[in-house]
Design a protein around this ligand. Sequence first.
Ligand SMILES: CC(C)(COP(=O)(O)OP(=O)(O)OC[C@H]1O[C@@H](n2cnc3c(N)ncnc32)[C@H](O)[C@@H]1OP(=O)(O)O)[C@@H](O)C(=O)NCCC(=O)NCCS
Length: 176
Amino acid sequence: MTNTNNGIGNRYKLPNGCEIVIRKMTIADLEEVHKLECQIYPDPWTFSHFCHEVMENKVSYTLVMELETKVIGFAVTWFIQDELHLANIAIDPQYRNLGLASLFMNVIFEEGLKRKLIRAFLEVREKNLAAINLYKKFGFEEIGVRRKYYRNGENAIVMQRYLPHTHDSNFEVASF
Ligand SMILES: CC(C)(COP(=O)(O)OP(=O)(O)OC[C@H]1O[C@@H](n2cnc3c(N)ncnc32)[C@H](O)[C@@H]1OP(=O)(O)O)[C@@H](O)C(=O)NCCC(=O)NCCS
């Protein structure tokens, strides 16, 4: 995986030669992002929720991933004081298991490190094994359960990890 920055976003070359771009989400992306959200989740965020994240929410760090100008993933993170809260991360089903969510996680954690954040939190559906495994791969541990957290009554697992500079100076982002 190679990484270059052209000022618009970071470009990454995948082992198969495809180039993807990770950059800040803009208003122009919202239609595509919301379409993907609706395709992925049974209870999707609304269009105006994404608008709020991009336009108004001062603590929101919103990213998209593009392949040849097509949005194939997005991530919404909140940086609140010294904590990072991963609010949403999703990859187009056609492009899963290629390490793309891991790439997002690396970019988010690098930003968290730059901002000298201390802890990272998230909630995840208890049956979402793909996401739970992804988070465990990035050092998250289960710290509790929020009962009936989701609209369909499903429980949320709360997961946490400390950022490396607080505990582990040998932290390295995952490789692909
Ligand atoms: C969860 C999700 C973001 C993972 O995206 P991805 O790009 O396929 O993930 P990666 O290829 O980077 O995989 C990273 C790790 O996640 C885990 N993982 C990914 N897909 C998995 C699956 N289908 N089953 C089990 N574990 C899986 C593995 O531990 C994997 O590491 P490995 O490749 O070393 O085994 C993707 O499945 C998705 O968009 N799901 C729907 C949205 C969602 O549930 N988001 C999380 C909300 S909390």
